[in-house]
Design a binder for this molecule. Structure first.
Ligand SMILES: [Zn+2]
Length: 290
């Protein structure tokens, strides 16, 4: 089943409900970075969360979901676009396992303190950042705190990574319920409480379910699909971008790279691709008019 994000409008309660399925993208991230299971599950959840955040925006935006923490994971960054592209990395790819199931499951990797921040970039040069301290010490719990603290809109988010035999990233999905102005807040709160359990039950019953069928199954009323977007792990890095970064460095740094390394190699943190600039290319930059 293909990854995607689908959003539906629920007219009776005046809610919107989005579901993202990011299974293939999460497995691609695991492959790119050689992630062990524990690391891959946390990044998978963050990818589902970031895609849901990006899907909420009316404009074309990029969302950066960042976590810094004192646990062995140390942190992560996911970059997701409203075009369905997503990429990300964790600071420690070698974590084998999470904690025992239960509310403290993620403490084994996230630790006890840290923060979660969301950067929203519309591409107009004025990105907007908002942060919360980690308190729940789970991505789902702290993303819900982020909505409560930073957003003026009642929102409930659920994240689920369902294991299948031999595949820890069996299905990776998230759901997000949000009330529209004048909508039924009480209904949102009661539907929100069971959202994670309902999502997980649906995934367990039908691991191949599409985002669209999940939205319709989760909705407490008949809804109208308003957004359908494919999701894929995509990285926008390129040699041209690396060259323009190098060009922005000072003359002394460029001369240093030429003298010491006879070129420059930059490995992309998001996809692991290695971009190489030759000594001749660096020398050409030095000759460019300032
Ligand atoms: Zn890349």
């Amino acid at each position: 089943m293909a990854d995607g994000v689908v959003r539906a409008f629920l007219p009776r309660s005046q809610h919107t409900l989005s579901v993202a399925v990011v299974t293939a993208a999460a497995r691609e991230a695991r492959h790119c970075h050689g992630l062990k299971t524990g690391s891959s599950v946390v990044l998978a959840e963050a990818m589902a969360g970031a895609i849901l955040l990006a899907s909420l925006q009316k404009d074309t935006v990029r969302i950066n979901l960042q976590v810094e923490c004192d646990g062995p994971l140390r942190g992560l960054l996911v970059d997701a676009g409203s075009d369905g592209s997503v990429r990300g990395y964790v600071k420690n790819q070698y974590l084998e396992a999470l904690g025992a199931p239960g509310p403290f499951r993620f403490r084994a990797v996230l630790g006890n303190t840290g923060y979660l921040s969301v950067l929203r970039d519309r591409g107009d040069g004025e990105p907007y950042r908002s942060s919360v301290e980690l308190q729940a010490l789970s991505l789902e719990g702290d993303l819900n705190r982020y909505f409560a603290v930073s957003d003026q809109v009642d929102t409930k988010l659920a994240l689920s990574v369902c294991e299948l035999p031999g595949e820890p990233l069996g299905v990776v999905a998230g759901a997000l319920l949000q009330v529209l102005p004048g909508g039924d807040v009480d209904a949102l709160r009661s539907a929100g409480e069971g959202l994670q359990a309902s999502l997980t039950a649906l995934l367990a019953r039908d691991p191949g379910a599409s985002a669209e069928s999940l939205v319709l199954a989760l909705a407490a009323e008949s809804g109208e699909v308003t957004v359908r977007q494919e999701v894929a792990y995509r990285c926008s890095c390129s040699k041209e971008r690396v060259l323009s970064l190098l060009r922005a460095m000072g003359r002394a740094e460029l001369e240093g790279l030429i003298a010491e390394q006879h070129g420059a190699a930059v490995t992309c943190q998001f996809c692991g691709r290695r971009h190489q600039a030759t000594e001749a290319e660096l020398r050409a930059m030095l000759d460019e008019p300032q």
